[in-house]
Each structure stands twice: as C-alpha cells, then as structure tokens.
Design a binder for this molecule. Sequence first.
Ligand code: KG4
Ligand code: ZN
Length: 329
Amino acid sequence: MASGEPLILGIESSCDDTGVAVVEAGRTVRANVVASSARLQAIYGGVVPEVAAREHVATILPAIDRALREAQVELGALSAVAVTQGPGLFGALLVGMTAAKALAVAGGLPLVGVHHLEAHLYANALVGPLRFPALALVVSGGHTRLYLWRNHGDLEVLGETQDDAAGEAFDKGARLLGLPYPGGPEVERLAARGTPGRFRLPVARLGEDHPYDFSFSGVKTAARALIARHPEAAADIAWALQQAIVEALVDTTVRAARRLDLHQVYLAGGVSANRGLRAALEAAGRDYGFRVSYPPPALCTDNGAMVAALGYYRWRAGERLALRAPVGA
Ligand code: KG4
Ligand code: ZN
C-alpha cells in the first residue's frame, strides 16, 4: 500500500517492552506491535535486566515481521529505521540496536538513533500536530523530567527527579500495598475505591534552588509507616499515594507554566496514563490558562510508534546513526 509518504520503522527495547512500529510521515500509525515481558517480570516484583534482554531476543524478530505484515510494507519500501539508543538497560537496548542495524544493512536503509524520553514526547505527535513552545512532562518508570520544548530538536531540561521516578514511586508503593508489578495501574484501580482525604502523604518541595525538580523517595517511606499503622486501609492509602504523586507533578508543572508563560503542556510516559494525573493537570490548565495534551494509554507506555515518530523528524533533518554507534544516549 504505497501512499508516497515516508514510512519509518521504529524499534524500542529500553526496558521490558519490545516495541516495533511502522509510522507514516511522523503522524499516522500503520502498525504498532508491543510484546511485554511485564508478566514475567511480575514474578520477580520488578524488571530484572537479564530477563528483559533475553525476552527481547526471543520477541524482536517476530515483532518486526508482524509490524511489516500489518503495515503491508516490504522492508525496501521503508525510508529509514529508527531505534532507541538510550537511556535504558544496556542488554535490552543492545538487542534493539542490533536488530535495527541488521535491518538497515539488509534493506539498504538509513539508520536513526533516538533518545528514549524525547521519543515518549513524540507519542503526542501521533494524536495531533504539535504546538510549540510547550512544557513537556515525561513521567515513566525510570525517569521524571520537565522540559521546555521550543521546537523539534530543541529541548531544554528544566528539572528532574532527585531520587525516585514517579512511576517508581507508584511501583514501590504498590509493592508495599501487596499489589503486583507494574504498580501504577494497580494503585490507580485501588485508589478509586479509597476514601478521598482520609490520609495525606507528604509531598517533598525542594525550594527555590530547584524550582522544577522532584523528589519521590519520601512519599514511599511515609507510605510504609502509614501501612504499618493501618494495614486494613489499603484503598485509602492508595488514594493518598496517588494524590501525593499527582500533586507534586501538577504543582511543579503549574509553577513552570506560569513563570515561563507557556500555554501548552504535553504529558508522556507510562504514568501519563493515570487518570488522576490527567484530570488534575487539566483542571489546573483551566485555572491557569494552559492546554493539556497526552497520548492514548497504549502510547503512554513504551512502544515503537513513538520512536518512529521522533525518528521521522530526525531523518528529515538529515541525522544518521553510524553502524558502529554504541548503545547509550
Ligand atoms: O514509560 P514506561 O512504559 O516505561 C519506562 O520508560 O519506564 O513507564 C512504566 C511506568 C511504570 O512505573 C508503571 O507503574 C507506570 O508507568 N504506569 C502508571 C500507570 N500506567 C503505567 N502509573 C500510574 N498510573 C497508571 N495508570
Ligand atoms: Zn519509557
């Protein structure tokens, strides 16, 4: 099915999801295959790097085949192959990088490397045209970072977590509550049955030296103490945990939007699937005059489509990754 538009194949393997997608012109998803080893990782209560890497080895070739078949495209009809270069788990990244290099050689295609966090943001390009300048909040299992996003390829880090990532706080809190990995969706489900406001957990504020940074390690410690005192109140504590994390994210984003006079906020990363976070940020946007955009849940967590979307802009700008390029970004 040739449309004349450039087709980019994107490969994501930085953590426990093997993602392969074909995206047209950086905006239309033609195929998006995600094979998750989360169920396997759940046995260990988190991601074991060696287990993740082995799973990628087993799933990546079938995922590439399936993505090409679903997109109804031959390898030679692609314009480029894009791959997550980092950050992420070394062994896991290596599998995706090696597969991407092999495909580029086999198809005589240009290779493009992308940064995982920036790729998360480009899930928003699959929803509608991006509006710049914007604030961009990436909240995932491994990272929490706020950017000033001026244009394609022009991002400035405003702040980030000083300790745990927001997703990590959800995952660790979930574990304390006896919930399986990944914990974010589980905490969200349990919190919906909790009594709002029965408990409050502290939100760390880092002061004016770090106006846009985050700290989530304290909330986990406080949750542990609360669970010890009220073992019967899991749902109420889940509510308080989610509330504390969401409040920290929203407060910091609002502060940046107001001070920098920005009227567009993009959310991305696994935690942006959280309905409490989306609703609270949208409510703040109504109060302070910014618009909030986020991807559909399937594009919030790791996937190849976001890699292909960012890869399209990189490819169009003439960026290329050498075949000898190492893992890591
Ligand atoms: O972006 P992602 O798939 O992988 C990383 O790059 O880390 O994010 C995974 C993280 C996990 O910590 C998971 O618990 C969290 O996203 N997550 C959520 C929700 N869905 C996934 N956290 C809160 N609420 C959710 N609905
Ligand atoms: Zn991610």
